[in-house]
Design a protein around this ligand. Structure first.
Ligand code: GLN
Length: 543
């Protein structure tokens, strides 16, 4: 008999529902239960692939090529697992499958209605994910904030499932308490309103996670409990925590795992879980690191009004952390706006302050010349540099221009008329774009990559065959393989059919670490299981 936990958000977005859901799944697994996480995005977009970073932050990619929300990355990193499209849905994908059913006469002539059919479709999808992952407990995170029109149908799904299985369904509200007022105190009223909004949707939360910059104190815990018909033990303090991997342990201090199990009528199957001990030890280690490694990420800035959004590279940041911690270093990560270098080349000198530099993935022409300047500077000054996807492509452009002498070389994504299209779109991709088939059509998800012996890549992976996740339309153009190789570029990873370049590098006799990947290794890095290429990069950076 499966159990269901729903996590929804109150007061404002960005309160950490994703990390909370992942942490809950983690602690329940420590008690011996198989858990999985599902993310519901309330957008009408069928997946996150068609949204830009300003709208949606990073697009995370699963092994099956699903383009989804960055919270899916948190789930994979916390649970050290690989999820599939069954664990992700949007309003668009729910409607799409419902309408496909209707068109095939699945409903046998009945009138198909928003309620109950949409929430029932949601429940069916949750059950499919539960079966596929063979999970005892499914934790489903409902995106957005309660009170928004767009997640009402998902709350309705919770109400219906609770009605069907009253003993098997829990609802957890992750809410926010502002630190405000003349006496600077945590204010509970917005959270009380959020709970009333849930009440008006026919729901009462079983737990409230009180997110705030401070721990929750007794009077305020009592206030929420008294005003919202709750037990005060079910109001959980969840103060800000810089080290997100510590959050499962913080929840355990509040005995959240045991409290959840009790409400679900479950007994802990395991008590002194080994992984929990190792996790705890690792957190202690990380908190006491004093050697530092400085990594600069040369990307483009995503501005929305007066604010700069840093969410777009979250998996890269986490991958740098995992690798640095594993080597005993505290990572200091710096943001560099590549457009600054286009305005003022002297600024490139600052790159000398970093142990290593990353050129992350991206699309379009903004900031590209600045990134190319940064690559040139790092190559010439022997600063370790790691290019991810667009990063690899721009390393090839830089090398073609400045080493192979192909003046004006470019990617056809930026300059379709370049004389030297060293990065070009595949024929099959051209056709898709002509027909405006943009959604879910890039080279996506896992592709096999063969690693050449005697290279940095092989030193890192220690094997000849790996699978890595992709998300791009452009590739290194085969017409230029020879000239690139003649000038020193090594293709250390190639696709299974031998036709596509997956990893490029320079010999370490020339440069300590000049390596780019056409795929996104950051999507496979996990807490306590860092990605080998990131480990190698950090190793050379600290050297
Ligand atoms: N814009 C490039 C392409 O589509 C790189 C994409 C990326 O970095 N994810 O090929």
């Amino acid at each position: 008999m499966a159990k269901y936990i729903f996590v929804c958000g109150g007061v404002m977005s960005g309160v950490g529902k994703g990390v909370a859901a992942a942490s809950i799944a983690k602690i329940l697994s420590w008690y011996g239960y198989r858990t999985t996480c599902i993310k519901i995005d309330p957008y009408v977009n069928v997946d996150a692939g068609t949204m830009n970073p300003i709208e949606h932050g990073e697009v995370f990619v699963l092994k099956d090529g699903t383009e989804c929300d960055q919270d899916m990355g948190h789930y994979e990193r916390f649970l050290n697992t690989e999820l599939t499209k069954a664990n992700y849905m949007t309003t668009g994908s729910v409607y799409l499958s419902l309408i496909q059913k209707e068109r095939s006469l699945y409903f046998d002539g009945k009138c198909v209605e928003v309620v109950p059919h949409v929430p029932l479709e949601v429940i069916e999808k949750i059950n499919q994910a539960q079966k596929l992952t063979k999970s005892d407990i499914v934790i489903t995170e409902i995106g957005g904030t309660v009170g928004e029109y767009q997640n009402l149908l998902f709350l309705e799904a919770v109400r219906i499932l609770k009605l069907q299985k009253p003993k098997d369904v829990l609802l957890i509200l992750v809410s926010y308490l502002p630190y405000q007022g003349e006496d600077m105190e945590l204010k509970t009223k917005p959270t009380q309103y959020a709970i009333r909004t849930l009440n008006s949707a026919g729901l009462q939360p079983d737990f409230v996670l009180a997110r705030a910059i401070k721990p929750l104190d007794e009077p305020r815990r009592e206030k929420i409990a008294f005003n919202c018909n709750m037990n005060k033990e079910d109001i959980i303090s969840a103060p800000d925590e810089k080290l997100i991997y510590k959050i499962p342990l913080n929840f355990e201090k509040e005995k959240l795992g045991l409290k959840i199990l009790k409400k679900l009528n479950l007994k802990p199957k395991k008590k002194n879980n080994l992984e929990k001990k190792i996790w705890n030890k690792e957190i202690n280690k990380i908190q006491n690191l004093n050697k530092e490694v400085k990594i600069g990420i040369v990307g483009k800035y995503f501005k929305s009004g007066n604010f700069v959004l840093a969410d777009a590279y979250i998996s890269v940041i986490e991958a740098v952390k995992h690798a640095s911690w594993s080597l005993g270093f505290k990572p200091l990560i710096y943001w560099i706006n590549s457009e600054e270098y286009e305005k003022n080349k002297d600024k490139l000198e600052e790159l000398k302050n970093f142990n290593g530099v990353i050129i992350p993935g991206g699309f379009g022409s903004r900031g590209v010349e600045g990134k190319i300047l940064a690559i040139e500077y790092c190559r010439e000054n022997k600063i370790p540099i790691f290019g991810l996807c667009y990063g690899l492509q721009l390393m090839i452009v830089e090398f073609a221009r400045n080493v192979c002498g192909l003046k004006g070389a470019h990617t056809t994504e930026v300059n379709p008329k370049t004389k030297y299209p060293v990065i070009d779109i595949l024929e099959e991709q051209k056709k898709l774009l002509k027909e405006k088939l943009y959604g879910g059509t890039m080279r996506l998800g896992n592709w096999e990559c063969q690693i050449k012996k005697g290279t940095i890549a092989y030193k890192a992976y220690k094997k000849e065959k790996v699978f890595e996740r992709h998300r791009h339309r452009y590739e290194v153009n085969p017409t230029f393989y020879k000239i690139l190789q003649k000038n020193g570029i090594i293709f250390s990873g190639i696709s299974k059919n031998g036709l596509l370049v997956e990893i490029i590098e320079l010999s370490q006799k020339i440069h300590p670490f000049f390596l780019g990947t056409q795929f996104h290794p950051e999507f496979k890095s996990r807490f306590m299981h860092p990605h080998p290429l990131f480990v190698e990069f950090i190793k050379m950076s600290v050297k």
